[in-house]
Design a protein around this ligand. Sequence first.
Ligand SMILES: [Mg+2]
Length: 289
Amino acid sequence: MTSVRTTTGIGSHHRAAEGTGHRVGQGLTRPPLLPRLNAMNAQPICPLNPPPRLLLFDLDDTLCDYAAARTLRLRRAFAPALDHVPDLDLDRVIEDSITVHPHGTDHFAELLLRHGVVNPAVAEAAADWYRTNLFHGLALFDDAVATLQVLRNSVQGFKRRIGLVTNGPAEVQRAKIELLEVEPLVDFVLVSGEFGAWKPDPAIFAEALRLGGAPAAEAVFVGDSAEHDIAGARAAGIRTIWVNRTGQPWAGGDPPDYEATGLGAVRSLLGAGDNSNLAQPAQGATGGR
Ligand SMILES: [Mg+2]
């Protein structure tokens, strides 16, 4: 399935299609869109020049669907409140909760009270359940395993290393990585809580380059966060692929080098766009969920 998207805010209108990717940004010459690949004529095409030999990936909402899991988890945590306020607008409560930063349960009591749930024990129970079931519903995107496998393999004799660079407390991120069984699929894991610096701090990108044994010019960072991933990697001199599954307009500072609608587009950008060897090819703009 091809998704065509018009986005404003990155200097000029542009299109992005699953299975393709292209360079964006002011002052850059925009190359013609890549021909869409299919099983009959797929050829490795790598528009990143020089081709990166170190691929750095963010975890949450890049390889695993943290946002969907959070929504599920909030729904399960707040659902018992319906017993107390039958006409509670659960969708609205979840929507309001998602806008609160940082994530957590500190706002639960005030939020539920605002929606008419006056019994504080309901908020306490919701918070307890939410904290206890930290990874409820969390899973990798459908094509994440196949993507990491195919990217790690050599393409035309070109060997690449893959690093996972993730923000979060060490205990939480390590437990998540173990649950998702993602560590065997990469060459190294770098967790901000262990290292002591968080994206977008240049120190963590420098450490990723050290662990990956590549200079910035030979690396690429793939992530969904304009601030943490794209701005941070750019500041470290690393090329960037912004994973924008939901078609958001760019709202960060300097734009990413490339935009991808999902992991299928990432594969194409990195010269591994032939989906015929993937167990579960990407399914479109939502990245194959
Ligand atoms: Mg992320």
